[in-house]
Design a protein. Structure first.
Length: 249
């Protein structure tokens, strides 16, 4: 065998080894990313999750607001990336516990009964004004601060991941997107899909959190401009203190 042929064979072998090594590294990193994503969302391959959607409070018939539909579409893409499946249920027919399946609950407590139940049991430190008119309509009160809606200019939303109690045998999380308007629900879902790696690093793959987000100038920018106002995990998870009873002497 001549030196030229030997060099060609060695070059081809080195190229093949480099290509195989590169493929292995890329596959390993992709699988690692997928496993972390599946664990954070509680969506292992082939699993099923629950999408609970509210009704459009401005419609006479039972319907879903346009931006809530967009939020469901973005969630469907995320669920597909995790190689899982979804079941969509209206808020007033989702009569079941939580933790057995990952749940994504969309909409404020006024138009979503299940969201109202989740807030009462999981985030008791949050108050939501149920009024449909007036300056405090839909306002959030957390840790003594009130966040009022200025539709189209400043709109708030609570984005939460609640880890289930593994002691019960149900370990799948619940994700809450409780917004003052439908467009804020879409904004929160988009924020979650884009920033879940950073959220996982900060709170852990199995951790709980509750963030107060602000959607800025949705009239011009839609659901894209989102700012984190505060991490209200502790305050939202702490039951509101009640005034001490006055006893007569």
């Amino acid at each position: 065998m001549s030196d030229d042929v030997r060099n060609i064979i060695l070059g081809l072998a080195a190229s093949a080894i480099s290509a195989a090594l590169g493929w292995f590294v890329r596959t390993y990193l992709w699988r690692r990313k997928l496993r972390r994503q599946q664990r954070f969302f509680g969506l292992p391959t082939g699993s099923e999750c629950l999408l609970v959607v509210n009704r459009d409070p401005g419609a006479r018939e039972w319907s879903v607001a346009r931006h809530d539909v967009f939020a469901l579409i973005e969630l469907a893409a995320l669920i597909k990336d995790c190689r899982a499946h979804a079941e969509i249920l209206p808020h007033d027919t989702a009569w079941q516990g939580f933790g057995a399946r990952t749940e994504f609950c969309i909409g404020g407590p006024v138009s979503n009964q299940r969201m109202a139940a989740h807030l009462r049991s999981m985030l008791p430190g949050v108050e939501v004004n149920p009024d449909s008119i007036g300056p405090d309509r839909g306002a959030f009160t957390v840790d003594g601060e009130t966040y009022r809606l200025d539709k189209g200019s400043v709109e708030y939303i609570l984005l939460a991941r609640i880890a289930a109690d593994e002691n019960t045998g149900n370990s799948r999380p619940v994700f809450l997107s409780s917004g003052q308007t439908a467009i804020t629900n879409q904004a929160a879902v988009r924020y979650l899909a884009r920033h879940y790696p950073r959220l996982a690093r900060k709170y852990g793959l199995d951790g709980s959190f509750c963030l107060l987000l602000k959607v800025v100038n949705s009239v011009a920018y839609g659901p894209d401009v989102v700012e984190v106002v505060a991490d209200v995990t502790r305050a939202a998870s702490t039951p509101k203190s009640r005034p001490a009873a006055i006893t007569a002497e």
